[in-house]
Design a protein around this ligand. Structure first.
Ligand SMILES: [Zn+2]
Length: 306
């Protein structure tokens, strides 16, 4: 079923048109985009705008990430049920952050909730409670209904799911957090990246390992893909990946320059901030740039010392 359309998707220009015509909005503020036949991404919504992707196979549905509250996850179910009545066989968390996992309880009757082992550790017991507490200042509607639900099937490096004619490779890397995974669907030449890639938004680096993140970008770039579905922002072609890669590279270069010149954190922030804001002025979350520079400064000054 994939062969016919791929020659069209090879053209990024056509791909944008494809997305534009196949996206449709629902009443709840969600936008469900048919990225490819049987592959849908739900973007936007109330509050935090993390993406959920679902793949419909003849043997059931795979859901990737569950949004920020059970209420938002129920809306996802409505979006899924508009497309199919098949059972949800697997739910996957790309990493532990609540905007991708706090809807897990709605999917706990799927065959399994799968993630990297560090995601379970971060969501289990007191760690999970602390993480939920960290979201409370954001006043997200319905967050009080969240029962943190850790994944119940975990892996270390890599696993593969075969379902209804598709193969999904789940590959662990460290980058945005210590428990990231990305998913490669060979039959669709598609990568689902979690927050390793966010599109036209400055990434959150509060748990980041920046050098590992850059290596992860190379790993993603080496796979034969034509569609990139980010953790936040619209799906698209290779430019989605390249934009994130360039941001990380620019951040690293500017911070290394500051360190080499013996600048303090504040001096480095003052110099790098201006360059980054100018370069990325069209992106959202520019207020995260200072924290990103700080994270990079700490990481690379430690590396320098070692
Ligand atoms: Zn995240």
């Amino acid at each position: 079923m994939a062969a016919k359309g791929f020659k069209y998707l090879a053209s990024t220009a056509f791909f944008s048109i494809f997305l534009a015509v196949s996206g449709f909005c629902s009443a709840e503020g969600l936008k469900t985009v048919e990225v490819w036949k049987n592959l849908f991404t739900v973007v936007n919504g109330d509050g935090v705008d993390s993406n959920t992707t679902f793949l419909i196979t003849r043997d059931g549905v795979v859901v990737v990430d569950t949004r920020v509250t059970p209420n938002e996850a129920e809306k996802l179910l409505v979006e899924i049920r508009k497309q199919t009545n098949l059972a949800i066989v697997y739910t996957i968390n790309t990493h532990y952050h609540g905007d991708h996992t706090f809807g897990n309880q709605v999917f706990q009757n799927s065959g399994a909730i799968i993630a990297h082992e560090n995601v379970r550790r971060s969501l289990f017991g007191d760690s999970g409670k602390d993480h939920l507490d960290s979201f409370k200042p954001e006043n997200i509607h319905g967050l009080d209904k969240t029962v943190v639900t850790p994944p119940n099937m975990v892996f270390k490096d890599e696993m593969e799911i075969f379902l209804g004619g598709y193969s999904l490779r789940l590959i662990h890397v460290r980058g945005h957090t210590d428990g990231d995974l990305f998913i490669y669907i060979k039959e669709l030449k598609t990568l689902i990246t979690g927050d390793l890639v966010v599109y036209k938004k400055i990434p959150d680096m509060s748990d980041a390992y920046i050098e590992d993140w850059i290596s992860a970008m190379n790993k993603l770039g080496n796979l034969d893909a034509e569609i990139y579905i980010p953790g936040h922002g619209d799906p698209g072609g290779k430019p989605v990946l390249l934009a994130m890669r360039h941001y990380l590279f620019n951040l690293k270069t500017l911070v290394l320059k500051g360190l080499e010149e013996g600048k303090s954190l504040k001096e480095t922030q003052d110099a790098a901030r201006a360059v980054l804001i100018k370069k990325y002025k069209g992106w959202e979350n520019l207020d995260l740039i200072d924290a990103n520079i700080q994270r990079a400064y700490l990481e690379y000054s430690l590396r320098k010392d070692s």
